[in-house]
Design a protein. Structure first.
Length: 119
C-alpha cells in the first residue's frame, strides 16, 4: 500500500505494542510509529489530515532514499509500518516487529482457548 492509500477495518479491537528498549532510527520512523499509535488509540482521524502527514513523511523518506509501507498483519490484525530501502526493498525497520506480532498472535490464541473452555 502506498502512502495516502488507506483502508479501514471497522468493529475490530485495536491493540498497541510498545518496545521501550528500542530507540527510533530516525525522526520519520518515530513520526510513523507515533501516528500508528495515535490512530489505533484515539478517535478516528480525518482522512485529509492523515493524507497530509503521510505525504510529508513520504517526501522526507524519499529524500533519504527510503520508503514507508503500511499493511495489516493477517494473523494478528495489527497495523504494521515498515521503513524500506527504496532501491533494494529491504526492510530497515518495522513497527511492531515480527517477534512482537507472533507473541500477540500466541497470546490471542491462548486467551481464545481459555474463553472457549469457560464458555
Amino acid at each position: 500500500m502506498r502512502i495516502g492509500e488507506a483502508t479501514t477495518v471497522e468493529n475490530r479491537p485495536q491493540r498497541t505494542t510498545q518496545r521501550a528498549a528500542e530507540a527510533p532510527a530516525s525522526p520519520a520512523i518515530d513520526a510513523a510509529a507515533s501516528a500508528t499509535r495515535q490512530v489505533s488509540a484515539a478517535r478516528p482521524v480525518e482522512v485529509p489530515k492523515i493524507e497530509s502527514v503521510t505525504r510529508q513523511i513520504d517526501s522526507f523518506l524519499r529524500s533519504i532514499n527510503r520508503s514507508v509501507q503500511f499493511r495489516v498483519d493477517q494473523a494478528s490484525g495489527e497495523m504494521v509500518v515498515s521503513i524500506c530501502d527504496a532501491e533494494t526493498g529491504e526492510i530497515i525497520r518495522q513497527v511492531p516487529g515480527e517477534e512482537a506480532l507472533r507473541i500477540a498472535e500466541r497470546i490471542e490464541a491462548q486467551l481464545s482457548a481459555v474463553l472457549d473452555e469457560t464458555a
